[in-house]
Structures are given as structure tokens and as C-alpha cells.
Design a protein around this ligand. Sequence first.
Ligand code: NDP
Length: 334
Amino acid sequence: MRVLLTGGSGFIAAHCVDYLLQGNHSVVFTVRSHDKGKKILSNHPNVSQDKLSYVIVEDIAKEDAFNEAVKSDPPFEAVLHTASPFHFNVKDPKKDLLDPAIIGTTGILKAIKKNAPSVKRVAITSSFASIINTKGHPEVYNEDVWNPVTMDEALHTDAATAYRGSKKFAEKAAWDFVEKEKPNFTLTTICPPLVLGPVVHYFNDLSSINTSNELIRDMIQGKMKDELPTTRVVIWIDVRDLALAHVRAIERPEAQGKRFFVTAGSYRNSDIVDIIKKNFPDLASKLPAKYERDPKDDPFKFDNSRSKDVLSMEYRSLEESITDLVKSLQAAGA
Ligand code: NDP
């Protein structure tokens, strides 16, 4: 298939490029600048231009941002929309998180309907953030659950609530679009929790690493020597498994029209320290010497069986993911 991949400079998208190419798809990714586009292409020196190229989309929060990017010769057959802000440096929740997430999602769907009738399948990276209820966990988390954040709470509480709102309202807007507009394509959404694993994407230096890997970067740089923070997200997935889930979401007919909750299971920050200590003895002096182990009991139950049944997901272990992540951070200068 010929695939348009948004947010090509991102942590997750970089692995989507790899898995799409392995699956013999041809990929056009979006980036905000030629600098980023050229840098990413230079990571794939042996891939021809008809297999991998880029198109500029400067700001997905602009209503018509994708109108030209969705046009291609040969035409696109599928779209993976990963681009969306994931950070907590928020001054204006609407401008910094909600608009790019929601308008970015509705904008690309409108552009496909208008200018790319050849597109038959669209997969969107949503999040466990669109599922988790921080005020009270349900009996079990699965694809039927949505967070209860209101737009008012998203706009006026804090950055984390704004992020959860951005992911929920964007994903809901996508499902509403398909229901009301009845476009020529089917939709799947993928909801990962904390994403860990090797960094292979575009970033300037370790200070600008993507949000979900900040914890491990800080750990191996000695910033948690005195105190290990309490585990925040509690469940996780390896970025390579997530990228594979995206590719299967557009490849498999049986995945169409479905929401997928993808996770390898639970983790504790203390488990991560244990893994780094075991596999990288040289880093021991940077890690917390003494730390409380978080309770082993999971704070909630979750059901990832749809991802196993429909996408055949087999999840990597935390040890493999953390070990490969630390190696990649060291290669990047940590
Ligand atoms: P990154 O920050 O690495 O990637 C985000 C991508 O979105 C970048 O390519 C970024 O471009 C692009 N982007 C953000 N805002 C805009 C904008 N206004 N205009 C154009 N491009 C924009 O994060 P991840 O790879 O981790 O996240 C990718 C997706 O996965 C997001 O949808 C995120 O919500 C979701 N997700 C991530 C999780 C995680 O733990 N990492 C967990 C659950 C979901 P640029 O680099 O130029 O800013």
C-alpha cells in the first residue's frame, strides 16, 4: 500500500516507518521542515525515493493543513495519523494541546474525504489517556471505556487533564466524523499507555527527547539518585510492538472499524531500576541506591485481548524494552 504517515519526526512514527517499509509499503511522511525531512531520509540511505519521501505540513492545528499533503501520485491507499502534541509544557491548553489534537484529526479526515478518494483505511494514534478515569477505575479497562474529562476541565485544570481531554476529544471527533460523513475509508484507533523502547527518531539532543522516555533518561543521568518518584502511568507498551499494531491496523480487514487498547502489562519504576542495574552495572552509581518497591498489586484490571485476537499482538518484555532503550540513549550521548 502507499501510506501517508503524519508526524514523521516523532518517536512512535519513526518505528512506523521501519515496520511499513518491512511490510513492503511505500511511505510519505509529514514533517514541519525540510531539515527534519532530510535528516529522517538520511537514516534510510538505501531506500529509494519512490519507497520513502516526505511532505511538509507545518501546523496540524490549521483547518486546511492536510489539503495538499493527502494528494499523491501514485495515490495513497492508507493513512496513519500519529501527529499530536504529547508534552506537559502547556501555557494555553487550547492552543498547545487541544487544537492540534482535535483540528489535526478532523482536518486530516476532511482532507482525505475531499482530496484523496483512493484512501480506504485510516488508523489514528489515540491513547490510554482517552480511556483512563483518574477519579475512579472501572471494573476493567477495555475498548468500551472513555475518560470522563469535560472540555471545561480540559481547559481549566492542569496540563495532564488537558492532554487527556485532547486525546479523548480528538478520538471521539474521528468516530463522529466516520458516522456522520460516511466517507470512503474505514477507521481504526489505537490506544497505547506509556510507550517505551529504543529512540531512533529525529531529535536535536537528549534535552528534547520525547515525553515518555524522559523518565529513563533522567534515571540514567542520575537525576533520581536521591528519590525514585512514584510510578505514574503503571501500564506500558514497547514502541516496536505499537508500530506493528499500527501497520496491522491498516493491513487487516478484520481490524477495520475497531478501537484497540494495546498494552504489554504493568510496570513499576522500581522494576525499571532493577532492570537497568542488572544489565548496565556501570550505571549503578547514577541510580537510586535505596528505593521503596511500589505495591505489586495492580491498581486496576485491564483487558488487551482484542489486540491479541485481531492484531495477533505478542508483547515484548519490559527487560527487552528498557535494555534497548538505554542502549539507544547511550548511543545518543547519555
Ligand atoms: P513525539 O513528541 O515524539 O511526536 C509527536 C509528533 O507530532 C511529532 O512529529 C511532532 O512534530 C508532531 N506534532 C505535534 N504538534 C504538531 C503540530 N501542531 N503541527 C505539526 N506536527 C505536530 O511523541 P510520540 O511519538 O510519543 O507521540 C505520537 C502520538 O502517540 C501522539 O498522538 C501521542 O498522543 C500518542 N501517544 C504517545 C504515547 C507515549 O507514551 N509516547 C502514549 C499514548 C499515545 P515536531 O517534532 O516537529 O514537533
